[in-house]
Design a protein around this ligand. Sequence first.
Ligand SMILES: [Zn+2]
Length: 137
Amino acid sequence: MFRKFLDALRRFMYGRYGADQLYFALIIIFFVLSVVNSFIDSIIIAVIQIAIFIWAMCRYLSKNIYKRREENRKFLGIWQKFKGFFTYARDKFRDRKVCRYRKCKHCHAALRLPIKKGKNSVKCPRCGKSFKVNIWI
Ligand SMILES: [Zn+2]
């Protein structure tokens, strides 16, 4: 009986997209909204929750694998920028007694500089151009 059910499920899922990072992100957002909505009890959040769940399920069961992969790739690009922003902020805070972070004026690379108060000349290791930075504290 159980084996028959598993075979039927396997046949049903054949050629379908399944789960990916965007799917898990949507499910996490769905559960976070569930918790939030248990306190607020808003109809708007409930509608958003249902829309997110339907979107996640449609993606999971979709047979257009190429399009779902593209969506996931875009999501991962946005996620990397989001994550990079917080990683940079965390590193700046963690190293606040040892060094200062500045962006290169030419290529916008993050530079980790020792604390030397005053105006300093810095050479960017990525683009090789020199520029002045001012470290006050
Ligand atoms: Zn540079």
